[in-house]
Write a protein that binds this ligand. Structure first.
Ligand code: SAH
Length: 502
């Protein structure tokens, strides 16, 4: 409102002081703006650093995959050298060895071919070209660096886990989508399409018309990061993780893994089935979260059972592979891999060791999923402690997961928080705490509760045990090996009662 002139005169003195106050206010305001800008700049740089660290971590994982053929070949050469050290007489006793080495080379080629196709289909959710050098700043807290490298964690974007008929629904940030028509460019040599590898001739040529989305993805079209010259050399332990993934593929996606799945996943599925008998009649299906979902089979089975199922996983090793199988598999048995070639130990015969395994055993897109099936990347505690997750889930299923925690209490607390009152937590697994013996990482926290204490803590977070038993099972074990490590895994169903400790 405009004041009258008399008012202006009358308030002359006051106006002087108003002026000085407003100057002071302006100064404070300016300072605040500068501070805000500085804070924003700091956050921006921190974010940039975190992204660069994540990019570095992801590049390392991709490099580990790309280093697989070379590392496998190194092992093979070592075996050959040992063989050559045999005396002529001894060598004559195992004359088929030369042939076995040839066969092994073909198996490595087939595995490499699968891996390479998987990487070609992968759409990095971050720009892999960014460098750490550009964002080093003394003001920044560089602590997360090591954490990122160790945990292979990545962003917490959720994406539909599977795209029926290759059409993409839901969010725009996806691990896949634009590369389905890639063929065998950069195919690793030497490729020998013997009858053992024939299935791997398959090219991805999906005609579902799903390539029209702009995912705002930093490196959608170019797969520069697959260029071997840009590969970084990774420690052999990283390549070991690739071999672990290959074993995990058998657990989740091969007929050979059925026995293990029957031991681990079936009791969980049976339990869910009996706990939610009327789920088909409800307008909205019950929701179930699977933290530490690995390669996604359990989450998929839960979806097929009639739940809105979400897998959560923080390892890019796993996510790259599960995304490929869930989204890109066209027919059962599309690929042939040789999961057991990397160890000569406890083998009944060479044929056992070199036996092919067809994957996937089912076509995920035709398995009969319930709408809303998704995979969510990121650390379980970080992602699900968001306030929007509180009381969201009817069921949480953990299979070989809870012992991956630095602090298992934090896992239990989070599970309790995200469950609805009356929701259920089904768990199956041992307590082989992952960080219990991390030599060389002395500062890594590791809380290693006994089963009794786990249950006690759970009761403090409002859980009541409804069922409990021990299940004997293996985990990614070669079913034909002379060594079969067994777990006597804890299996339970707990229900969240209302009274929760803060
Ligand atoms: N449930 C699967 C995988 C078990 S292995 C199965 O039964 O086969 C444990 C999985 O948990 C691994 O894939 C690992 O990458 C994942 N994981 C470990 N810590 C995690 C965390 N904090 N958040 C999300 N996933 C995690």
């Amino acid at each position: 409102m405009i004041p009258s002139s008399s008012e202006i005169t009358e308030t002359a003195t006051a106006s002087e002081s108003v002026t000085s106050i407003s100057t002071e206010n302006e100064r404070i305001e300016m300072l605040r703006e500068v501070e805000d800008e500085e804070e924003e700049e700091k956050i921006r740089r921190q974010k940039k650093l975190e992204e660069a660290l994540e990019a570095k971590s992801l590049r390392r994982i991709i490099s580990a995959y790309l280093n697989y053929p070379e590392a496998a070949e190194e092992d093979l050469k070592k075996w050959e050298r040992s063989y050559r050290k045999l005396s002529t007489a001894h060598r004559a006793l195992v004359p088929h060895y030369a042939l076995k080495f040839q066969r092994l080379r073909r198996c490595i080629s087939a595995n490499s071919y699968f891996i390479f196709n998987m990487l070609q289909a992968f759409e990095p959710p971050i720009d892999l070209s960014q460098d750490l050098d550009g964002c080093e700043d003394s003001n920044l807290d560089c602590a997360p660096h090591e954490k990122y490298i160790l945990d292979e964690r990545h962003d917490s974007s959720c994406q539909p886990a599977l795209t029926n008929n290759c059409t993409h629904e839901g969010e725009s940030k996806s691990l896949h989508d634009s590369e389905l028509q890639k063929t065998d460019a950069n195919e690793p040599a030497p490729m020998n399409h013997s009858e053992d590898t024939r299935n791997n001739d398959k090219r991805y040529d999906c005609d579902g018309g799903h390539l029209n989305h702009d995912h705002g993805n930093a490196s959608l079209s170019s797969h520069d990061w697959l260029d071997p010259s840009l590969q970084t050399h990774v420690p052999l332990v990283d390549v070991d993780k690739v071999r672990c993934i290959i074993r995990n593929i058998v657990r989740d996606w091969a007929a050979e893994g059925q026995r293990e799945r029957d031991q681990c996943y079936k009791p969980i599925l049976d339990e869910l089935d009996s706990l939610f008998p009327d789920r088909q009649k409800k307008s909205t299906p019950p929701s179930c979260l699977v933290p530490g979902a690995g390669l996604g089979r359990l989450a998929l089975e839960i979806s097929c059972l009639g739940f809105i199922s979400q897998g959560n996983e923080f390892s890019y090793y796993m996510m790259i592979c599960s995304s490929f199988i869930l989204n890109y598999a066209q027919v059962p048995g599309e690929w042939t891999i040789y999961p057991w070639i990397h160890s000569n130990c406890n083998s009944l015969s060479d044929n056992d060791q070199l036996r092919p395994v067809s994957i996937p055993d089912i076509h995920p897109a035709s398995a009969g999923i319930t709408e809303g099936f998704s995979m969510c990347g990121g650390d379980f505690v970080e992602v699900y402690n968001e306030s929007c997750q509180a009381g969201m889930w009817d069921a949480v299923v953990t299979c070989f997961f809870i012992d991956t925690a630095h602090n298992i209490i934090e896992y239990i607390e989070t599970i309790s928080k995200i469950l609805k009152d009356g929701g259920v937590w089904i768990n199956l697994g041992p307590l082989l705490y992952h960080f219990a013996d991390t030599y060389g990482h002395g500062n890594e926290m590791s809380i290693e509760l006994s089963l009794e204490d786990v249950k006690r803590v759970a009761s403090q977070y409002g859980f009541e045990i409804e069922k409990e038993r021990t299940i004997e099972t293996t985990y990614t074990t070669n079913p034909r090996s002379m060594m079969q490590n067994r777990y006597y895994a804890a299996f339970w169903t707990m229900r969240k009662k209302c009274a929760i400790r803060a």
